[in-house]
Design a protein around this ligand. Structure first.
Ligand code: DC
Length: 230
């Protein structure tokens, strides 16, 4: 298989994938595409339209007909990008617990995955993309020159997510964040199509207790090695 000069970063929620991807993309001058945004956008659009989330065909139609735009932002409210769904700014709306609680259900439908995977693959094949998700190394872009599977313990990931939530002024408890993270892991790992798992040739990195600078250095050195075919 001919290698493509794009990087796949997979792993469970809050393992540090987005932070690593942002640093890598900045360092290399690559496009950073977080595919979780697309699954969240479809879930949000379906909820807004009153679609029954148990109806796979209806959710698939939403995935096929929703225009998702991810753009560099001029806002200063902490958002990494602007997310537009059918031209409406939904950057924060897709991060709300309502979407978070349902996204694994919608992301498990084959039709939804087909529609989004097609778009992601087209972008990734152009090269010079850091793509973040659950199935990038296994399904979307198996040709990626480097595949990272970034892991961390569920307690550490829940603590990170809990701190983010507190900064946003949320009343959610650590116990409830931990519980919903466990449920989401379980759904993402157990689904029949494109389950969360490392690709055979992925580099598995555990981020527990490690700094981003440290992980970035390791990733860049792995990239050098892969580029030289070692
Ligand atoms: O990374 P995230 O938390 O924003 O992802 C939201 C959900 O989307 C997550 O529950 C799993 C799903 N997802 C997926 O199934 N495949 C991807 N490539 C990216 C995300």
């Amino acid at each position: 298989m001919e290698k493509i000069n794009s990087i796949a970063i997979d792993g469970p929620a809050a393992s540090g994938k987005s932070t690593l991807a942002q640093h890598l993309a900045d360092h290399l001058g690559y496009l950073n595409l977080d595919t979780g945004i697309m699954y969240r956008a479809v879930t949000y659009a379906a909820m807004q339209q009153g679609v029954d989330l148990a109806d796979a065909a209806a959710c698939t139609r939403v995935a096929e007909n929703t225009r998702i735009d991810i753009r560099p932002t001029a806002q200063t409210d902490g958002r990494p990008v602007d997310v537009l769904i059918n031209d409406e700014d939904c950057t924060w709306a897709i991060r709300q617990p309502g979407v978070e609680g349902n996204v694994s259900i919608v992301a498990a439908y084959p039709g939804v995955r087909r529609a989004l995977t097609e778009q992601q693959r087209r972008i990734g094949l152009r090269g010079q993309v850091v793509m973040v998700g659950r199935d990038i190394g296994t399904v979307v872009l198996p040709e990626a020159i480097l595949k990272i599977y970034l892991d961390a313990s569920v307690e550490e990931r829940a603590r990170r997510r809990f701190e983010e939530r507190q900064q946003e002024g949320s009343q959610e408890t650590y116990a409830s964040v931990l519980e919903s993270m466990r449920q989401r892991d379980q759904l993402d790992e157990a689904r029949a199509i494109a389950p969360l798992r490392p690709a055979e040739d992925a580099e598995v990195i555990n981020s527990d207790g490690r700094s981003i600078a440290d992980i970035l250095t390791q990733t860049l050195s792995l990239l050098e090695t892969r580029r030289h075919g070692r």
